[in-house]
Design a protein around this ligand. Sequence first.
Ligand code: ZN
Length: 601
Amino acid sequence: MHYSITPYKLAAHLFKVTCSIPNPDIEGQVVSLPAWIPGSYMIREFAKNIVTISASCEGQAVPLTKTDKSTWRADRCEGTLDIEYQVYAWDLSVRSAHMDTRHAYFNGTSVFLKAHGKDELPVTVDILAPSEGTAKEWRVATSMTMAGATQWEFGRYSANSYDELIDHPVEIGEFELASFEVSGTPHHVVISGKHNTDTVRLCKDLKEICEAEIAFFGELPSMDRYVFLVWVVGDGYGGLEHRESCSLICSRGDLPWPGMGELTDGYKSFLGLCSHEYFHTWNVKRIKPAGFIPYELSSESYTRQLWAFEGITSYYDDLILARSGRISSKEYLTLLARTSTRVWMGKGRASQSVADSSFDAWTKFYKQDENAPNAIVSYYTKGSLIALALDITIRQLSCDTQSLDTLMCRLWLEYGKQGIGVPEGEIERIAADVAGQSLDVFFDSYLYGTDDLPLEELLAYVGVAFSLRAPLSEGDKGGSATDAASSAYCDLGMRTVSDSMGVKVANIFSGGAAEKGGLSSGDIIIAVDALKVTKSGFDDLLRQYSPGDQMTIHGFRRDELIEFSVCLEESERNRVELTFISDADEQTIARREDWLKSEMV
Ligand code: ZN
């Protein structure tokens, strides 16, 4: 199989792609484009971006018939079947393809047709330079194997199969390059977009994180190099994992700049994202659900295991920042308190189990609407707390001889490294084996059921005090309360955003004062007790009221003015605060140090 891809008309966002299929199927060769990309569980219908397509064989045109939304069948022909098509690329995300006069980026799932019956064949790809003069300094960054191309240059690359071909995103443009080595393997950071990054500091931090994760699993899977593709924008956040690389999108202010002092919250969050995607190198790219081997990319692929692949990865992403010394233990507790707060603020945790959230990711988690906070639980955040609870439970039951670390290493050695998929329920079985007793009640309650995790009791085992407090403002993310003067804040039970006329209701939380008063998402609040409101003054306004007070709200629903009468209530205690227990005994402190892999200072 051979492909070529050219950034063809930059301003029109069009790639030109060719696909050559030797010995096409004698019944008529079928080709299709995936409907989704591994790691992002939503049907995206990439074929909708193919704007023209034609086929030929030995110079003769071959008719192509479209048989469904993503599939074409070529008429019978003898010789090599050549298909040429153009793909529109204007999706500013890590999941598809994007091109303009300044760079080009693509995932194979968006651009490379699969030739049915030939997806196990080795593949070569010519990544070709655009002809436009503005792009003459452009280079190529990808983890794909070079097969003639020099590193960072246009030319020929190769993959062992179609599956491998689509797992190497490609960035083309004038990017900045920084490198470091871990485990004898070169690691590269490719930064695109306007930025002013202290790459020396970034590489130093990333190296520590990568080393900690390699030490965790005992080895880095064999690869020529690992590539972090980083896309810098004004405001953005996201990442997608691949076998030998990851694609990241981040806000400009999140990267470290020359002369930056302490780690900013934004940089911690960027390092957490890198830590997360790198952990996926093992957990989900190699230790993967049996249902994902091979990936069925034409329609939804269901699994109840995303709590393990995303939740456990989310648990370790921040924990490894602490274990590798990037953040202090105290800073780690703040991050953990914020994650816990997101879980406790979500009403949907009472409606949906994490296992169901995983199964229904396609239509619920990835298609969130205004009611999502009431209907959906995140397999990332609650999944990470299940991982934390499981870690401490295993430590307790095994008298501190085993932990979730042991479980992950077993999954790597017995499944990931062997290329064997993990059957549904297997992780629970191995967890029980590691713990030395059945964990059915644990999983039935917290994974398949909707019970809240008993973190107060569990965290005490490692010397951490868990408590719930009332919010101090709508945007209160949890963690230690520093603004005691604000304690009188009355939470209406909704999330709001700024609007030119006042305050717009983004979400109404079920059972709260706003819902009881009849407010709905989309309403625009213009006045409270006959005074104009603004988003910036809204929290302060609510602090002037007490539980039991009546409030008259005027607002627009569509173009109709409506008056609402809202009775204020005591705020729900849903912000999580975590602190180290200062008088913990020696044994507890030893457990805490083993958990955080660091000595308390
Ligand atoms: Zn992830």
